[in-house]
Design a protein. Sequence first.
Length: 551
Amino acid sequence: VTPAVHIVLVGLSGSGKSTVGRLLARQLGRPFIDTDDALVRRAGRSIPQIFASDGEEHFRTLEADEVRRALAGPPAVVSLGGGALLHPATRIRCVQQYLVWLDVAPTALARRVAPRGDVRSRPLLAGHDPVSRLTELLTQRRSFYAQAHLRLDATQPLERVVQAAGAALAGCTLPGAETLTIQTSATAQRRSYDVVSGRGILAQLPALLRERLPVRRAFVVSTDAVWPLAGELLREAAGNAVELAATWQVADGEASKSIASADQLWTWLAEQHAERGDPLIAFGGGVTGDLAGFVAATYLRGVPFVQIPTTLLAQVDSSIGGKVAVDHALAKNMIGAFKAADLVVVDTSLLASLPPRQVANGWAEVLKHGVILDADLFDLMEGDTERCNDLDPDLTLAAVRRSLAIKARVVEEDEFEQGPRMLLNYGHTLGHAIEAAAGYGQLLHGEAVSLGMVAAGWMAARLGLLSETEFRRIESTLQRLRLPVRLDSVDVPLVLAAMQRDKKVRHGRPTWVLPQRIGAAIRTSDVPPELPAQALAYLQQPASSAVAARR
Ligand SMILES: NC(=O)c1ccc[n+]([C@@H]2O[C@H](COP(=O)([O-])OP(=O)(O)OC[C@H]3O[C@@H](n4cnc5c(N)ncnc54)[C@H](O)[C@@H]3O)[C@@H](O)[C@H]2O)c1
Ligand SMILES: [Zn+2]
């Protein structure tokens, strides 16, 4: 494994992290740190004492500090407490290292823990039936552990686990940063901008910035949900090298994509004496990026703009392509501009704290890129939806990079959305309408797009453009990515009316993006007028047994 990273062991209480960690450290000639032990030493109290007097939340904060300290030191083998990954920033930090999950079935664990009377020293187990309590804990934490780079069956004797870990670590390297350059005419100062992607590359921010912008200081826009969760990571990355002059947190959520928020940001920047050369950094999801980009496009007629997207959707979609906007009472994204970023930093480790629904939301757009332009990307995801759902680090980075490459190619070809870029609209013609008709906030964008992709796919199959088999593959993959493929109740006239109002509808006829096969799609407005309503009716049918069977 790359010498610079830590090997971090996670797993339920009793899975053998300390034993395996100590042996592994000896074998690799690295120091060993047990963050629980370190914490107890520092606090001068036992874990049950801390739990009893200060509560679990306080313990989690101390634990997160302890992990941060351990990971700031020289590369070691680090064993974490069973619940350490509950802390979002800890999760992000650990995904940047080499994370190993010692997976043991709760029944085997209970046998290991109970006879030694260890239950008393483990406050989360005390007073419960160990098997059911461990099962409950595993259910709660599985999605965190599943982000590990390596999952080992730790039910086997621990010496064997150490052997297996050693063997796996010997042959593995962590990916470096990769740069994708997008040609543009939208940025006055430059003809291209870089999208740098990788896992844990946020730490390289000062160098990435300095290579491209003569920055002295930068202003950060984030939200009141993202900043408390991940702001410390940005602050650490900036260190002393880049002065984060000030940060502004808008209220989390779509409502902040408004002229009122933009106005607040303009005022803030003016009060801070932000100048023409001072970049604005968007640190958050698509809402943050769209709003901050709009402000960066307009404040002083434009200041440099840097995107550090923190949602999957923003990483693969909204942060590149240069479209920025705020919403208007009459329509979403109505007031906006083309403002290409000067730099986009896509660090997939930041996704480690995303809730599952936001993960699925982003995968919808990635799969869309696969359906319209990249059969290999589609196959990659179709073959491993479980690992997509788990945000498996390698698969996620690979899929994000392919997705970025596709979007980059399309926006380069058609920066101002005259033609080819419309392909990206697959699933969006009805998707946007369904999203609007449901009332914003009911369905996430990617969820509505999933429904739109099913509807447009069904239309393509109806028209004989797409085979039934490939249509089923699209539908079933969306479903296995935990995206909706059916709607209980659709107000068909309402959705169709919303579709007619879409800003991309010209002369009353929507342009449809219809797949011909997986990896290729066409644009057409030549669609029988009754077909969209029939597609919406299809969405109300119960999921076919073919789809259900593949869940
Ligand atoms: N400009 C474009 O080309 C383009 C393209 C697609 C979508 N968009 C826009 O993007 C917006 C949607 O973006 P979004 O889905 O990212 O929404 P969002 O910015 O609201 O983020 C979704 C949620 O994820 C949370 N979150 C963000 N990062 C997190 C992290 N690392 N860990 C845990 N939680 C985190 C946020 O707090 C928020 O609640 C819409 O406004 C849409 O119009 C723009
Ligand atoms: Zn979209």
